[in-house]
Write a protein that binds this ligand. Structure first.
Ligand code: SF4
Length: 307
C-alpha cells in the first residue's frame, strides 16, 4: 500500500503564530493565570497541551480568572474586547491577521453604507466575531438559495469566513449576482485554506481512500474531508491515529493522508506510523519534500546535489 501525504497539510502560519504567542506568555509569566476565550485553535491536543500548563479555556469574560485573557486565532467581536478591558484584564490578542483583515473590510464596507453578507458556518467563533463588528449590517449566509429571500438592499457586499470552500464561495457569488448585479465581492478565504483544498483535490485524484487528521469542530479540516468525499473517495476525519480503522485501508493500493490547519505535526506522524505498521509505505508525490514530517525523506539540498 502506498501512502501519500497532501503537499499542504497541518499548521498554517496563523495557528503557529497563535500557539507561539500564548506559549511565550506562559514562559514569561509562569505563575500568572492565563485563560483563553473558547479554543485557541480547534484542536483537542493543542488545548490539552496548554491545559497541562494551566492555560485554561473559558466561555466568557466573566468566567476568566484575573490575569491574562487571550483572544483566540479566530478573533472576537469588539464587544468582547470592551468587556475584557472593562474588567481590567490584560488582553493578549492572537487573532490571525487574516481574520483581522475581514473585520476591517466588513467595518469599512458598513461605514460606506453596504449591507455585508458573510458566507460562514453557524456558531463558528470566527463568524460570530465578524458578525459582532456591526450586528445590524453584517448577515451570515450559508446557502445560495437564501439569495432570493434577502431584502431589496441598494448596496450589498460579500465576504467569507477564511476557511470556506472555494467552490461554495463561487456558487454563492453567482447566486447573489443574480439578485444584486452590483454586488461587491471580497473573497477573504485565506491562502492556507485554498492551498490545502487544492492539495487534497490532487491527493483524492490519486488515492482510493483519504484520511484527514483534525478535530471534528475544525471547519477547515471538515471541508478537506468533504472535498475528498465529493470527489467520490471514501474519506474520514479523525482526531489522531487511535481513530483509524484497519478496514478502511485493507486491500487499497493507494491511501491519502491530509490534515487541517490546526493539526500538529506529531498527530500527522502518528497516523502515518500506524498506516506503515499496517504495511503502508510513505511515498513522496512528484517533487514533494517530506522533510518536515520525515527528515529521512527530505529532498537533497543544492549542496548535496552538487556532491
Ligand atoms: Fe489564519 Fe487561515 Fe490559518 Fe485561519 S486558516 S489561522 S485565517 S492562516
Amino acid at each position: 500500500m502506498i501512502i501519500h501525504l497532501a503537499r499542504e497539510a497541518g499548521f498554517c502560519f496563523g495557528v503557529e503564530r497563535a500557539i507561539d504567542m500564548v506559549q511565550a506568555a506562559r514562559d514569561r509569566h509562569p505563575h500568572r493565570p492565563i485563560d483563553i476565550l473558547n479554543e485557541i485553535v480547534h484542536n483537542r491536543h493543542v488545548i490539552d497541551d496548554f491545559a497541562r500548563q494551566d492555560v485554561q479555556s473559558v466561555h466568557s469574560v466573566e468566567e476568566s480568572r484575573d490575569g491574562i485573557f487571550v483572544i483566540s486565532a479566530h478573533g472576537v467581536s469588539p464587544e468582547i474586547v470592551k468587556q475584557a478591558n472593562g474588567r481590567g484584564l490584560e488582553v493578549l490578542d492572537v487573532t490571525c491577521p487574516l481574520v483581522t483583515k475581514i473585520h476591517r473590510t466588513a467595518d469599512r464596507l458598513v461605514r460606506r453604507g453596504y449591507e455585508v453578507l458573510l458566507l460562514g458556518d453557524e456558531g463558528h467563533d470566527e463568524v460570530e466575531g465578524v458578525l459582532g463588528v456591526a450586528p445590524e449590517h453584517i448577515h451570515r449566509i450559508r446557502h445560495p438559495d437564501e439569495a432570493a429571500t434577502l431584502p431589496d438592499w441598494d448596496q450589498v457586499a460579500l465576504v467569507s469566513q477564511t476557511t470556506q470552500g472555494m467552490s461554495e464561495f463561487d456558487q454563492m457569488e453567482r447566486a447573489l449576482k443574480q439578485r444584486f448585479p452590483h454586488l461587491e465581492v471580497h473573497n477573504t478565504i485565506c491562502h492556507a485554506t485554498e492551498q490545502r483544498q487544492e492539495a487534497i483535490a490532487e491527493l483524492a485524484a490519486l488515492a482510493e481512500a483519504v484520511v484527514v487528521v483534525g478535530s471534528a469542530n475544525s471547519a477547515n479540516a471538515r471541508r478537506l474531508r468533504d472535498i475528498a468525499s465529493e470527489m467520490g473517495r471514501p474519506a474520514w476525519l479523525i482526531e489522531d491515529e487511535r481513530g483509524l480503522d484497519p478496514a478502511w485501508v485493507a486491500g487499497r493500493a493507494v491511501v491519502g493522508v491530509s490534515a487541517g490547519a490546526s493539526t500538529p505535526d506529531k498527530l500527522i506522524r502518528g497516523v502515518l506510523a500506524r498506516l506503515e505498521e499496517w504495511g503502508g509505505t510513505l511515498t513522496p508525490l512528484p517533487g514533494q519534500d517530506l522533510g518536515r514530517i520525515r527528515p529521512e525523506l527530505a529532498l537533497a539540498g543544492p549542496s548535496q546535489q552538487e556532491c
